[in-house]
Design a protein around this ligand. Structure first.
Ligand code: 4AZ
Length: 506
């Protein structure tokens, strides 16, 4: 079964056709099974994380190559053997090389191979570093897609106690895909699914015992990184073209976990030969590390540079980049955002500007206004100069009319401290203003006071975090919702969102 890719292309040519007659098969190959095999058409809206790998430039059915699974906006998992050029099908590749990403698209967000959904270019392919073509160990590859998908995503099984139990033998898992409905039969243009019981390592290992081969291809079960699933009586299974697709289980709380990806088997749905899947608990840290920077490369440079551009207004120096890349190797990806967001540079820019908006106009900044003033500040314009612009603005005049010096002092005290100035404070500021400091000086100093900073701290943090990452100012509702979660959760939610990925490759 190692020449899966060739059999796949033969199979895909037979879409909607009848199964290849038995006489056309190789001598000794398993007979076709009637009727993914033994399954049903997926109900609308179900198994939405199921994706397909399609050859770039080819039609969705004739170019159909493999199954795949949507893990996040930018990351899709498939089988290692699905991204190998087994049969020298690709012009710039040689037999056994990985296919260049420019030859592949991922189809997501549809249950039909022939219509709807999103066809997205593959930007980069990351085969598992331990993938072994000869043994099918670690037969998985991650694909970074060039534009974010809006498909449903599925969480990969975790390695904690209760998570680990989700792929225990006896569990019924669901495999879904557009693969053939019988061995060497036609693929299905409608997404199909079937429930298959996960078997024990002993059972899998006795079917696919050490040294077991079929047509010279090794079909060994390796419990460390494989699991097998399917009834021992046969009849229900994944098949050709399902490779790389999801094996999913429902947790007690009804949420789904991805426990495996389709890898190999002896024929399809045959008695005593359950399908073999990659055991994803064996790949948790590789998957986590590879996809941790969302739409950016796993090496972290583009991710670090993006944070400097967004929060510091320049690229990192080589030593800043190296320090952060090193730090992020063993620490959460959110760390650099947590740090830069809380830096005095960002507080003295987006934070300072947000406080000026609130103190001058009793409102949050709008996105284009904050964006403008953040750039002005990066361009070297000082806070007092910006504050002078605010107090001289038409919005300020429209809101408060033309204020005398005394009324201006009262107004800013009211806006910032919700009270009238005490007589000492009033005298101090009236004198200073009469001696010629700009009104912006007073606005800036009061809005930058520790009392006002404390009062506005939560809103300003939420606004400058969201603006830093998404370049949009949150609505009142979004601010309220963000108050209920930790800063770390806020950062992780924003940096893994569709909108974040859309900023760079939407
Ligand atoms: C294949 O050729 C293939 N029954 C995938 C899964 C199974 C068999 C063959 C499991 O892609």
């Amino acid at each position: 079964m190692r020449r899966r890719i060739l059999t796949l292309f033969v199979a895909s040519a037979a879409v909607a056709a009848l199964a290849v007659p038995a006489a056309a098969q190789d001598a000794g190959s398993p007979p076709p099974q009637t009727q993914i095999v033994g399954g049903s058409i997926a109900p609308a809206g179900s198994y939405g994380w199921t994706a397909a790998l399609i050859r770039r430039g080819a039609s969705r059915t004739s170019g159909f190559r493999c199954g795949a699974v949507v893990l996040s906006r930018s990351w899709v998992l498939t089988a290692g053997h699905c991204v190998l050029d087994y049969d020298d099908d690709y012009p710039d590749s040689v037999y056994g090389n990985y296919v260049a990403p420019s030859f592949l698209d991922v189809l997501t967000s549809t249950q039909s191979l022939s219509s709807g959904g999103q066809r997205l270019q593959v930007a980069a392919i990351y085969p598992h570093p331990s993938y072994n073509i000869a043994t099918s160990d670690y037969d998985v590859a991650l694909l970074r897609i060039a534009r974010p998908t809006s498909a449903a995503e599925i969480a990969v099984i975790g390695t904690s106690g209760s998570e680990k139990a989700l792929d225990d033998p006896g569990t019924t898992a669901i495999v879904s895909g557009w693969g053939t409905t019988s061995y060497r039969g036609p693929i299905s243009t409608s997404l199909r699914y079937v429930g298959v019981p996960i078997q024990s390592d002993a059972t899998c290992g006795s079917s696919y015992y050490p040294g077991f081969t079929d047509n010279g291809e090794l079909l060994e079960y390796h419990a460390s990184n494989m699991l097998c699933a399917g009834p021992m009586g046969g009849g229900r299974d994944s098949c050709q073209g399902d490779s790389g697709g999801p094996l999913a289980v429902q947790a007690p709380d009804t949420s789904w976990r991805l426990v495996g990806t389709v890898s190999f088997g002896l024929g399809c749905a045959q008695p005593n030969y359950p399908g073999v899947y990659q055991r994803l608990t064996a790949t948790t840290s590789w998957i986590g590390n590879t996809r941790r920077f969302g739409p950016f490369n796993p090496d972290g440079l583009a991710y670090v540079a993006r944070q400097y551009l967004d929060f510091v207004g320049r690229n990192p120096t080589p030593s800043e980049a190296a320090t952060w890349i090193n730090h992020l190797r063993s620490n959460p990806a959110a760390d650099i955002i947590t740090s830069l967001q809380a830096s005095s540079a960002w507080d003295g820019n987006a934070g300072m500007n947000t406080r000026l908006y609130r103190a001058a106009f009793l409102r949050n900044p709008d996105t284009s206004g904050l964006d403008f003033w953040v750039r002005q500040r990066w361009g070297g314009r000082g806070p007092v100069s910006i504050a002078n612009h605010f107090t001289a603005s038409s919005e300020f005049k429209a809101k408060y009319g033309s204020l005398s010096t005394n009324d201006f002092v009262t107004r800013i005290y009211q806006n910032v401290f919700n009270r009238d100035p005490d007589s000492g404070g009033r005298t101090y500021w009236v004198n200073k203003l009469n001696r010629g400091i700009g009104r912006g000086q007073m606005l800036y100093e009061l809005s930058n006071s520790s009392e006002y900073r404390r009062k506005t701290d939560t809103s300003v943090r939420i606004i400058t975090t969201r603006f830093g990452l998404l370049r949009t100012v949150p609505s009142a509702g979004e601010i309220t919702a963000s108050e209920a979660i930790s800063q770390r959760t806020l950062i992780d939610t924003l940096r893994t969102s569709q909108r974040y990925a859309n900023r760079f490759n939407g």
